[in-house]
Write a protein that binds this ligand. Sequence first.
Ligand code: G3H
Ligand code: 13P
Ligand code: ZN
Length: 330
Amino acid sequence: MVSYKELGLVNSRDIFKKAFEGKYAIPAFNFNNMEQMQAIIQACVEKKSPVILQVSSGARKYANQTLLRYMAQGAVEYAKELGYNIPVVLHLDHGDTFELCKSCIEMGFSSVMIDGSHHPYEKNIELTRQVVEYAHKYDVTVEGELGVLAGIEDEVVAEHHTYTEPDQVEDFLSKTGVDSLAISIGTSHGANKFKPEQCTRNAEGILVPPPLRFDILEEIEKRIPGFPIVLHGASSVPQDLVAIINKYGGALKDAIGIPEEQLRKAASSAVCKINIDSDGRLAMTAAVREIFATQPAEFDPRKYLGPARESLKKLYMHKVENVLGSAGKA
Ligand code: G3H
Ligand code: 13P
Ligand code: ZN
């Protein structure tokens, strides 16, 4: 057993409290490899933003749990070396079993999500409560989820949103003891969040998706004042990146994300954590595709992963500064 405290990590309690009071959100960026981790840390140090390094169960299998532990510790040291000791959380994204959450806590995670949202309500409470009881013994914070996002969450596919029911949130919090709550108000995972027929065209002919359900968010805030809310599926799917990918042989069709103004509005409410994975995937893929197409003789991985890392860093800096509002808050 290694405590996250020995690795120099922090749990999410204090940073969420500050984010709530300061009306901004902490970035939760997913990572699976060294370049992604470097880009996240470089961007957040440069912008002096707290950060949540987020690992899905798939990422954990891909990268190896032992390496991840040392990468997280390395991330903390790397930030210091870059000149600023930002708060770094290592968080399990979409944990689906008690055993997975326990194993992550034993390997140095400072925060875990137990996603029981696909279970019946009572089962969600029971599973979440079990994780909270274990996690809190080690001062690890826990994110629960109520409501189901449309789209794909690991192996689970939901055709439609099941918006979070505001009437359930107080009961869920008091019965589980979670530290933060992920809700469903119209975001979804992946790069295809909306079908074109769900969108309208603005004056410039750009497809505008239906707005997030801020009315539900407000209702939830009224029931649980001051409690940190989490938004999953918050990539904006930048159309310039989609265009580069498709220009250089990609085949992304109908890729539509959440407009950044809506995320900015959410970040100034009780939403204290915003999850972004797909936009990073797009930035990396666009950079790599462009180099493969324009420099076909290149075969040194540093020559395409290096520019991909730069592109990621630029994207993260933009998110932190202009969307989440967490720049300068570390
Ligand atoms: O919510 C899902 C995250 O984007 C992680 O995706 O399970 O493919 O690593 P993944
Ligand atoms: P995106 O697919 O919109 O980036 O969402 C990521 C996420 O919610 C990770 O949990
Ligand atoms: Zn998610």
